[in-house]
Ligand binder design. Structure first.
Ligand code: AMP
Ligand code: MG
Length: 298
């Protein structure tokens, strides 16, 4: 069975990017779901092995960011792809509506604080990209307590500056031994509405729905235009965007698990090797421990 590859949905700043031409679903036969789930499980196992090495090695950090419209499957994808890894090696941060304290700072402040140490996997459920998406769609910057020379700029200029800031920030991360992976879970509005319906109809899912979600969905064209701008202006080799078809959850989860696995394989983290002297220095200690144990047994 030939499965699709995340590589077909990678944008690294070369060529043109046209969101409208990228599929939200690949129409994979639901009968193949088991195979995808099994392939995802294998990837999750491999991710766990590589994560242990990454943690021991500590030369590189991995940052995986998820952006999407509501109900596209961010939470479920994060849950499935990172389910096998040692909880000590992963930090998930959700970016919600900023608090008063956060709004009193520059927008990168809260993201910077959430950056993982090298050796860790940081997962951003939403990210600083909200500051060029929801904030741009609603022109929230106009209400910020900031200098007129900044928020008084025409919107295009204000956001062009932010795209440059984001690209520079990600270049900085790359130059400081972080891998930056950006995932846009690309769901159709039709599928989103089907998922909203089940959030309303199934009591255990009610908590996931808020009336505001439908109001945001009504701004679909504005959001797609914002994603179009954002992805074309912030894709780079150092920090590519992956526009993952998300209408079928099992396909999206598989593709993201492949992506994360491959990035970790590419880092190729190694367990630290001790020098010959260090290994030799441990030998007398080994003998001491053995003698103690033999003494106890005698
Ligand atoms: P949820 O992910 O459903 O819990 O919702 C989080 C909400 O916070 C979403 O509606 C986001 O658009 C919103 N949000 C996240 N970051 C920002 C931001 N920088 N400014 C305004 N709203 C934000
Ligand atoms: Mg929500």
């Amino acid at each position: 069975m030939d499965k699709p590859s995340y590589k077909d949905f990678c944008f690294n700043g070369t060529g043109t990017f046209e969101l409208a031409s990228i599929p939200t679903g690949l129409g994979i036969d639901e009968g193949l779901k088991k195979k995808y789930v099994e392939a995802t499980r294998k990837n999750v196992e491999r991710i766990a092995e590589l994560q242990e090495r990454l943690y021991a090695d500590r030369r590189e950090g991995l940052l995986v960011m998820f952006q999407a419209m509501d109900a596209a499957g961010k939470d479920g994808t994060i849950e499935h792809v990172f389910s096998g890894v040692n909880p000590q090696g992963v930090e998930v941060t959700c970016f919600k509506t900023p608090s008063k304290e956060e709004l009193a700072h520059d927008y990168m402040w809260r993201a910077w604080k959430a950056l993982p140490e090298r050796g860790m996997i940081g997962v951003f459920n939403r990210s600083y990209y909200e500051d060029v998406l929801v904030v741009q769609v609603h022109q929230m910057q106009k209400g910020y307590n900031m200098a007129q020379r900044n928020i008084g700029l025409p919107s295009d200029e204000f956001y062009a500056q932010r795209y440059e800031q984001l690209s520079n920030f990600e270049k900085y991360l790359d130059q400081n031994s972080y891998r930056v992976v950006k995932v846009f879970l690309n769901v159709s509005q039709e599928e989103q509405h089907a998922r909203f319906l089940s959030r309303i109809e199934e009591p255990v899912k009610n908590w996931k729905f808020s009336a505001g979600d439908l109001a945001e969905s009504a701004l679909w064209p504005q959001y797609m235009e914002a994603y179009q701008q954002v992805i074309s202006n912030t894709s780079s080799v150092a920090a590519p965007w992956y526009v993952i078809p998300a209408d079928q959850k099992f396909v999206a989860r598989y593709l993201v698990s492949e992506l994360v696995k491959d990035v970790l394989e590419d880092i190729d983290p190694q367990f630290p090797q001790l020098s010959e002297e260090e290994v030799a220095a441990m030998q007398p200690l080994r003998e001491q421990l053995l003698a103690e144990r033999n003494g106890e047994e005698a």
